[in-house]
Design a protein around this ligand. Structure first.
Ligand code: APR
Ligand code: PHB
Length: 430
């Protein structure tokens, strides 16, 4: 069906109300039925699918350069803010927030950390990130980053359409891609010069790239992480990643008064089988006596099990569709690279699109996938290696365990090994 423009909506330069028309451009019909069939069409330079951290950061970076950008998000704002994810930011990520002028709350409430610990039984190996790299990491929840970006959107002219159903991408390898979605009983269409898929692992964007031109690499781990969030002070002022014979454990935090802990569990474990007491007891064993002595227990604000996966999708661009963040890759949470990797994708992608719209330079767009993937694979490597080092795999044998011990011995005694870990943990340069 073709459409003709009838009304300019809300004085918005790019939103038009469309009415179905017949072949010679006449209005097909007028009346109540017509109203139900109306489509709204919007034109923009960049349409982003997904208002998670990747989509929001990208939207802000583009708006800061005056590029027309609209974000279409399936969920409601409260749902987006309700997700609890990792909370360690690389310097590259905090720099992006600062570049946008949105880092004030992060600096006021976040906790800069100089290092973290690897525990193996009774041994505690400190990785002095600040001394080894000259940089710190920032402990600041992803939820808070998302909130800061969401709240700043209206004043910066970044339009976010929440509760958008049935988002579909069309003609992504043409010069005129568009997306459609439904909201309030109406079908909407957004014509854009570029579509950016920031819709996470399960979103539709990656699926819009034909399998014939793509390769997916995947490793699924034979365990998950059971996480607990509680309003209790952390047991240690820095994070502890522990490899214990009963399995991995992590002591992390969100603030001086809110702690986040995890234990490795089998994939068939159920959250209901883990009372708060059982979980605190397990953490105390796995994190070791020193941490246990300082652990304050409290009721769980949140308790959930997440599976672990390594996943990379190549390429990250097809025609005028670009992927960023979890839509293109997943890392296991060991090392907290998920959000940071989304931020580095978005840095490259915003540079490419700014080059295109400001300087008519298409090279950045053409080179985006290769540039982003080079960094993605290094973060995948680090997350996979730290996962292998710190977890007990159900199918591992005595030799595998000796390898872990030898690795940890080497790390404990070698500044070179510690530097390798520190520079990856703090974030490789862009
Ligand atoms: N239509 C529109 N939006 C969608 C659709 C869809 N069909 N499917 C998913 N989305 C939205 C989700 O509701 C979510 O808000 O896309 C967003 C994707 O956000 P994340 O899953 O957080 O992915 P990303 O922004 O890439 O985040 C990167 O942050 O959330 C973590 O684990 C993630 O650490 C990773 C990092
Ligand atoms: C967290 O605080 O949730 C967290 C921290 C570090 C990780 C993973 C998760 O590696």
């Amino acid at each position: 069906m073709r459409y003709i423009r009838t009304t300019r909506l809300l004085n918005h330069p790019t939103i038009w109300l469309l009415r179905p028309c017949n072949g010679d451009g006449q209005k097909a019909m007028i009346g109540a039925n017509l109203v139900r069939q109306e489509r709204r069409i919007m034109k923009t330079q960049v349409a982003i699918i997904g208002a998670g951290p990747a989509g929001l950061l990208l939207g802000h970076l583009l708006r800061a350069e005056g590029i027309d950008t609209v974000i279409v998000e399936r969920a409601a704002p409260d749902y987006v803010l309700g997700r609890i994810r990792a909370g360690v930011l690389e310097r590259t990520t905090t720099d992006l927030m600062d570049q946008l002028g949105l880092g004030a709350r992060m600096h006021a409430e976040g906790l800069p950390h100089d290092g973290f610990h690897l525990a193996d039984g009774e041994r505690l190996i400190r990785i002095d990130v600040a001394a080894l790299t000259g940089k710190q990491v920032m402990v600041y929840g992803q939820t808070e980053i998302t909130r800061d970006l969401m709240e700043a959107a209206p004043e910066r002219g970044l339009e976010i359409i929440y509760d958008a159903g049935d988002v579909a991408l069309h003609d992504v390898d043409s010069d005129a891609p568009y997306l459609t979605y439904s909201k309030d009983g109406t079908t909407h269409r957004i014509d854009a010069q570029f579509l950016c898929g920031c819709d996470g692992f399960h979103g539709p964007s990656r699926k819009a790239i034909p399998a014939s031109v793509a390769t997916a690499y995947e490793k699924v781990y034979p365990f998950g992480w059971l996480g607990i969030l509680a309003d209790v002070p952390p047991c240690n002022h820095e994070l502890i990643y522990a490899n214990h014979e009963r399995g991995f454990a992590l002591a992390s935090m969100r603030s001086e008064t809110r702690s986040r802990y995890y234990v490795q569990v089998a994939l068939d474990e159920k959250v209901e089988d883990w009372s708060d007491d059982r979980l605190w007891d397990e953490l105390a064993i796995r994190l070791g006596p020193e941490a246990a002595a300082h652990m304050v227990r409290g009721p769980a604000l949140e308790k959930s099990i997440a599976p672990l996966r390594s996943f990379v999708f190549e390429p990250m661009r097809h025609g005028r569709l670009m992927l960023a963040g979890d839509s293109a890759h997943i890392v296991p949470p060991t090392g907290a690279k998920g959000l940071n990797l989304a931020a580095s994708d978005v840095h490259y992608l915003s540079q490419a699109l700014i080059g295109y719209f400001r300087r008519r330079d298409a090279d950045g767009v053409a080179g985006y996938s290769a540039k982003a993937l080079a960094r993605v694979w290094k973060a995948e490597r680090f997350s996979w290696q730290l996962t292998r080092l710190m977890h007990r795999f159900p199918d591992s044998d005595a030799f595998d365990r000796r390898m872990q011990v030898a690795d940890l011995d080497y790390i404990a005694s070698s500044v070179a090994a510690q530097t390798t870990i520190a520079e990856n943990y703090v974030g490789l340069p862009l």
